[in-house]
Design a protein around this ligand. Structure first.
Ligand code: TYM
Length: 326
């Protein structure tokens, strides 16, 4: 069975960008692939989280992943720091990665701008650890949103260099895109993101979501309900594309163009359809939260399986590069 690997940071709560851009594929692909899914707490250290907050976030994100439908009987779900081989391979690949390649990473610029008081070296070398996460499991496919594609290009470059020097060791990992690789935030201007405060949280109640939607931007040319709108330019209508069936979408588009459907009603319809997806996720999340021992078990079993696989790869890597006898 072919291998896939993907990761999510335990920073803030999961949002519908994570869900549509990555988790939908995590759930779908666990059926046909040997899947390794990782809560990347070592990556989160680049933001220097408060220790207890990091602990909580790891658990909450694990709960979000499971509540979204990742099945621990099928997929291996684990926490990055429970598998020390990630750090070991991270260092080895640091010595394989060229500064010039790292310098091109646009996320480094965005992340440095977001925390100018703490531009640590981890922010810069972050994509190398991400490469280690993937190749440690010798995964050939990686379901991620568009914002990770540049990191995957770098991963392929590093794999080619390693294989070229030491012989074929890792497959070149390919991106698997979802149907929504870049979900925009409620501001309609930037991608939905935990740090930008423009997100629809996966665990939000219907009322919380509706309160956010009320304030969300729509077609800027439609000032009054009696103005005719252009659904194609409206961010809310784009969300309908992910959560609303074709027939209702046609109805909404026609109502918007003829000014017979107001923006608030359009938002209420979206909130109701979103709730169809979020409601069951919220319920499963509450059940998981009520049984912390079960979550500990799932993560311990996942880590044991991940460590065994990681150790196989590391044994090969150590001998290839001369850290052990061949
Ligand atoms: P992170 O935690 O920022 O996001 C987790 C996943 O959600 C996707 N995503 C989005 N997709 C569409 N629209 C959006 N607005 C949106 N926001 C987030 C991300 O693309 C990602 O797939 N560096 C990674 C974590 C990571 C990783 C890995 C991923 C570490 N190691 C190995 C894959 C393989 C990150 O920060 O994702």
């Amino acid at each position: 069975m072919a291998r896939i690997m993907s990761g999510v940071q335990p920073t803030g709560n999961l949002h519908i960008g994570n869900y549509l851009g990555a988790l939908v594929n995590w759930v779908r692909m666990q059926q046909q692939f040997d899947a390794f899914y990782c809560i990347v707490d070592l990556h989160a250290l680049t933001q220097r989280p408060e220790p207890l907050a990091l602990q909580r976030a790891v658990r909450e994100v694990a709960i979000g992943v499971l509540a979204s439908g990742v099945d621990p009987e099928r997929a291996t779900l684990f926490v990055q720091s429970h598998v020390p081989q990630h750090s070991e391979l991270g260092w080895i690949l640091t010595c394989m990665t060229q500064l010039g390649d790292l310098n091109r990473m646009t996320q480094f610029k965005d992340k440095s701008a977001a925390q100018p008081e703490n531009i640590n070296a981890g922010l810069f070398t972050y994509p190398i650890l991400q490469t280690a996460d993937i190749v440690l499991y010798r995964a050939d496919r990686v379901p991620v949103g568009e914002d990770q594609e540049q990191h995957l290009e770098l991963a392929r470059e590093t794999v080619r260099r390693f294989n070229g020097i030491y012989g074929e060791t890792f497959p070149e990992p390919q991106v698997v895109r979802s149907e929504a690789p870049r979900v925009m935030g409620l501001d309609g201007e930037t991608k939905m993101s935990k740090s930008r405060n423009n997100e629809i949280g996966l665990f939000e109640t219907a009322d919380e979501t509706m309160a956010k939607l009320r304030a969300a931007k729509t077609d800027p040319a439609r000032l009054r309900k009696s103005d005719k709108g252009t659904p194609e330019v409206c961010n809310i209508f784009k969300y309908h594309g992910f959560f609303t069936g074709q027939a209702q979408r046609d109805e909404i588009a026609a109502g918007c163009r003829s000014a017979t459907l107001g923006c608030v009603d359009c938002k209420k319809m979206l909130a109701a359809n979103l709730e169809q997806v979020k409601g069951p996720i919220r319920e499963r999340g509450a059940a998981l939260r009520a049984d912390p021992a079960r979550l500990d078990e799932i993560l311990a079993a996942g880590a044991a399986k991940a460590r065994a696989e990681a150790e196989k790869t590391m044994a090969l890597v150590r001998s290839r590069i001369g850290l052990r006898a061949p």
